[in-house]
Design a protein. Structure first.
Length: 157
């Protein structure tokens, strides 16, 4: 049996770095992903599509590895970086966006929205246990990613 775990996260924070620096990092997928924890491999599939392979989590007997691809696009004038899920790659569909706003040259406001589903092959009886664990692990990874970005951008305002 496969359990589909829904992920829907939103964060808003403000950093000391200038808009151009923030946009340059967040719109450069390999650079941005370098701040994301537990990424085993990022593969450029061409045409703005990147495949993520996360490190395996769990025990030797029971483990989960999340693999997915998303298509990225960015628009500096609008302060947006968006990614849409690519079907047929891996066991997850992940989409989302960064909204980046200049705060009068003093700081940069950042809003992250991400959502998707992760399909986990487990026995049906494990569904109740697996859903909160997978959702919590994804949330922890995203929060660590934001912490890493905040440090790289000179801290929060």
């Amino acid at each position: 049996m496969t359990v589909s775990v829904r992920i829907d996260l939103g964060y808003e924070f403000e950093v000391k770095a200038k808009y151009d620096e923030v946009f340059a990092v967040l719109s450069d997928v390999p650079k941005s992903v370098s701040y994301f924890p537990k990424v085993e491999k990022l593969t450029d599939l061409g045409d703005g599509v990147y495949q993520w392979e996360m490190q395996k989590v769990g025990t030797a007997q029971v483990h989960i590895q999340t693999v997915y691809a998303s298509k990225y696009s960015s628009d500096k004038a609008r302060g947006s970086v968006k990614w849409t899920p690519v079907k047929g790659v891996g066991n997850a569909l992940v989409g989302g966006s960064w909204k980046i706003s200049d705060n009068q040259g003093k700081s940069t406001q950042i809003v992250l929205q991400t959502d998707g589903t992760v399909d986990v092959p487990v026995p049906g009886l494990m569904k109740v246990v697996v859903e909160p664990v997978v959702a919590s692990e994804f949330e922890k990874l995203v929060e660590k990613y934001i912490d890493n970005l905040v440090k790289a951008f000179g801290g929060e305002v």
